[in-house]
Design a protein. Structure first.
Ligand SMILES: Cc1ncc(COP(=O)(O)O)c(C=O)c1O
Length: 393
């Protein structure tokens, strides 16, 4: 069966020397799924009641997907009621953080069928992260089976207001129970989901992180792995205690050039052009970042990817060359930044808020939520076979 998507394939060479070549058109074939649907799913769905306020990532869909890797091969996938996972207390994930994850959304706004946005890019990034963490790659058909079956089963719970979605969290963990460094030989790939609102609505104040690093030179910054987020938590707490929303991370070698926020990428409007930090091995190659770049160019903006020294940006804000800045990510979509501040309280206020950001957010959401034509081929409906599996189960 042909999976009807022409998607950006991200080709990375070895992780140390990341070559980002985007937009290779591929035709991906998905094989007929033989996922097992657990008989407890109907009861789990029947027992679910959604709260009135969703928030982001707070409400969990009562279903999940799991496929295990052992003896050098991925086994058969299973859709299960949401449940605890039992692991050996010596499992590699618990001691050596052998874990990778992704975040993407299924949308169901004014459409009978849910749709994804660039899911194969998430698949590709998951495998990039897995290679970095010495984990097996997950085949595209299993990745698609996992997110599709969870989405099809969760269909009645997917919120339908603009900006809302089913947030999907695929992740892989190393299970081998043996103390001492070294990769696992057994893994689980799991997909859970959360009916959600947008992660952050409104303006964001960001604090420049001048001391800590979320990722080291030669470290794992470009991989989506839990350790990077663990390393960012102390800064996030400090930042929030001071009344800011996100830490703005600088390059770990010189602490000079802007990289990203703790869960989003950044853009600044400077002299009418959109500038964003050039990708490096120490920060995450956001799929929204790439979408914003392509969409902005499509709308006629000049987009510049370059090394962006923080001092230069602050001077540009002061002089009025930089009037607007925004963050972007799957969870946050596109969110305006109102202030960039130092820990001593010096704040650099952006004079314009949510003008270009709003235009790009609307443009992106119109495509993601399928209100408009998708000239990039980014969206795709959940395959019919997964709805049929869900019905049969
Ligand atoms: C550290 C970090 N940077 C950037 C992003 C944005 O990436 P994406 O647009 O693929 O969600 C995320 C979110 O996943 C993130 O966690």
């Amino acid at each position: 069966m042909s999976f009807g998507i022409h998607c950006s394939l991200v080709v990375n060479s070895v992780w140390e020397n990341i070559e980002f070549s985007l937009d290779k058109q591929i035709d991906f074939k998905i094989v007929m799924s033989n996922c097992i649907i657990d008989s407890g799913i109907a009861a789990a769905m029947a027992g679910f009641s959604a709260p009135t306020s969703l928030g982001f990532g707070q409400v969990k869909s009562p279903v999940m997907y799991r496929v295990d890797y052992r003896d050098g091969a991925w086994q058969q996938g299973r859709a299960l009621p949401y449940q605890n996972i039992e692991i050996d207390p010596a499992a590699k994930v618990l001691h050596y953080a052998q874990e990778v994850f992704e975040g993407l959304k299924a949308y169901k706004i004014d459409n009978p069928r849910a749709n994804f946005f660039r899911p194969l890019d998430n698949h590709d990034r998951l495998n990039f992260s897995a290679r970095r963490m010495c984990m097996p790659e997950i085949p595209a058909d299993l990745f698609m089976e996992g997110i599709s079956v969870v989405t099809a089963l969760s269909e009645p719970l997917i919120p339908t207001q603009a900006g809302q979605s089913l947030y999907l969290r695929p992740f892989m963990i190393g299970l081998t129970g043996a103390l001492g460094m070294g990769p696992s030989s057994e893994y689980a790939f799991i997909v859970i989901a959360s009916p959600s609102e947008a992660y952050h609505a409104g303006e964001m104040k960001v604090l420049i992180e001048r001391e800590g690093c979320r990722a080291a030179v030669g470290g794992t910054g470009a991989a989506k792995t839990g350790g990077n987020y663990a390393a960012a938590t102390e800064s996030a707490q400090r930042t929030q205690a001071m009344g800011y929303h996100q830490s703005l991370w600088l390059d770990p070698r010189n602490m000079k050039d802007i990289e990203e926020l703790s869960g989003m990428n950044v853009f600044a409007l400077i002299d009418g052009e959109l500038h964003t930090p050039r990708l490096t091995p120490s920060f995450l190659k956001g799929i929204t970042r790439d979408s914003v770049i392509q969409l902005a160019r499509h709308k006629g903006y000049e987009v510049v990817e370059r090394t962006m020294p923080i001092e230069e940006l602050l001077a540009d804000i002061k002089s009025g060359s930089c009037v607007e800045a925004f963050a972007c990510g799957t969870a946050a979509i596109v969110s305006p930044i109102s202030d960039i501040a130092e820990a001593d309280g010096t704040a650099y206020e952006l004079s314009q808020s949510d003008v270009v950001a709003a235009e790009l957010r609307r443009g992106l959401l119109d495509i993601q939520e399928r209100r408009t034509e998708d000239p990039f081929g980014w969206t795709s409906e959940v395959e019919d076979q997964f709805y049929q599996l869900a019905l049969a189960g």
